[in-house]
Every structure is written in structure tokens, then in C-alpha cells.
Write a protein that binds this ligand. Structure first.
Ligand code: ITT
Length: 193
């Protein structure tokens, strides 16, 4: 089965590639000659995931899935959430986003946060949504070099390392995207066209 993953984020593409069984041939936007930027104009993660998946299915006709991910910080009442990519403004910049969040939480005791991923799958004319959540806390400074985005300042519950100190297989087992992708894989495994 051929499926397009509608993302411009090559780190996400790599993570997801590692998780899919060989029966699913993952196509990137580059593979289908799509170089468009889809503006994430919705106010929810599900809304943006739908927007990105629908753009590809409507314009290029492919079965496709897209994800949108947000970091929800308890003491900030769920912010930056759906605005995580643009937290420190545009053009988006992960280092600036992390520095803004660290400054915002300076001296705060409650550092609880969670990553949430929404996935929208368009398959044979039917749409299905999946979600994954990973609870953790925001560290007081960056730790580790791996991963991307907010990984150096996020430590999942039950672990002493940040996501950026984990191998991608380790992160994928417990991460928001890993959990949501596993649900997608289970769905596709049971799917009869
Ligand atoms: P696409 O929309 O093209 O898929 P993106 O990088 O814009 O790529 P999102 O809107 O889903 O992806 O991401 C929102 C923000 O959250 C952005 O700053 C990412 O770097 C960050 N992010 C997403 N997944 C993450 C992860 O697993 N670990 C750390 N940060 C992550």
C-alpha cells in the first residue's frame, strides 16, 4: 500500500519511516513533486492535521496522512499547544522556541507538560483520526543533541533522559507520535480495501 506522509519536517518523516511495516510504502511530499507550503490556519491539532492531509488528497489524489503536534504546558494552560511551531514567532525556529519556554518557566515549580499528536488519515475516500499523548516535564536547561524541536527540554515521565538523549527507537516507543502512529499501523493492518 502506498501512502503519502504530508510533512515538510524530515525528522518526522524519518521517525515514522522507522515505525512502519514494509507492506506500507511511504511517499514523501518530494516523491510526489509537491513543494507547496500548507498554512496551518486551524485552531486545533486535529483541524490542522485534516487541512494538511486534505490538501494532498484533493490536489494530488493520493491516500495520505498528516500529523500536527503540540506541546501543552500545564502552568501555561496548555500553551503553546497548536501554536508550538510559531511560539517565538515566524520564521519558525526551535532554538528560539525553547529559549522562550525556558524563560517563561524560569523559577516555576510546576513544569508538567505533555506532547500531543493528532493524525488524520485519508484512505480510499474515508477519513480517520488518531491521537497520541506523552506526559512529561520541561527541564530547566537543554539536555542532549538528538531529535528535533523541543526534544532537548522535554523529559518523559518515568525516564531520566530527555527525548534528545534517547535513540529514535527509544523515543518512538513512548512518544506522542509513536503512540499515534502505532494506532495508525494497527488500523492499516486490520484494513480491508
Ligand atoms: P509539518 O507541519 O510539515 O509536519 P512542523 O515541524 O511544522 O512540520 P508541527 O506543526 O507538527 O510540525 O510541529 C509543531 C512544533 O512542535 C514544531 O516546533 C516542532 O518542531 C515541534 N515538534 C513536533 N514534534 C515534536 C517532537 O516529537 N519532539 C519535539 N518537538 C516536536
Amino acid at each position: 500500500m502506498k501512502l503519502v506522509f504530508a510533512t515538510n519536517n524530515l525528522n518526522k518523516l524519518k521517525e515514522v519511516q522507522e515505525m512502519l511495516p514494509s507492506s506500507i510504502e511511504l511517499l514523501s511530499l518530494e516523491d510526489i513533486n509537491c513543494f507547496d507550503e500548507v498554512a496551518e490556519t486551524e485552531t486545533t491539532l486535529q483541524g490542522n492535521a485534516k487541512l494538511k492531509a486534505n490538501y494532498i488528497t484533493d490536489k494530488f489524489g493520493y491516500n495520505c496522512f498528516a500529523d500536527d503536534t503540540g506541546l501543552e504546558v500545564d502552568i501555561l494552560e496548555g500553551k503553546p499547544g497548536v501554536y508550538s511551531a510559531r511560539y517565538a514567532g515566524v520564521p519558525t525556529n526551535s532554538e528560539n522556541n525553547m529559549q522562550k519556554l525556558l524563560a517563561e518557566l524560569n523559577d516555576k515549580e510546576n513544569r508538567k507538560a505533555q506532547f500531543r499528536t493528532a493524525i488524520c488519515l485519508n484512505l480510499d475516500g474515508k477519513q480517520t483520526l488518531f491521537e497520541g499523548v506523552c506526559k512529561g516535564e520541561i527541564l530547566s536547561k537543554k539536555q542532549g543533541e538528538k531529535g528535533f524541536g523541543y526534544d532537548p527540554i522535554f523529559k518523559p515521565v518515568g525516564f531520566s533522559n530527555s527525548f534528545a538523549q534517547m535513540k529514535s527507537e527509544e523515543k518512538n516507543k513512548i512518544s506522542h507520535r509513536g503512540i499515534a502512529i502505532q494506532k495508525l499501523v494497527d488500523f492499516l493492518t486490520d484494513y480491508k480495501s
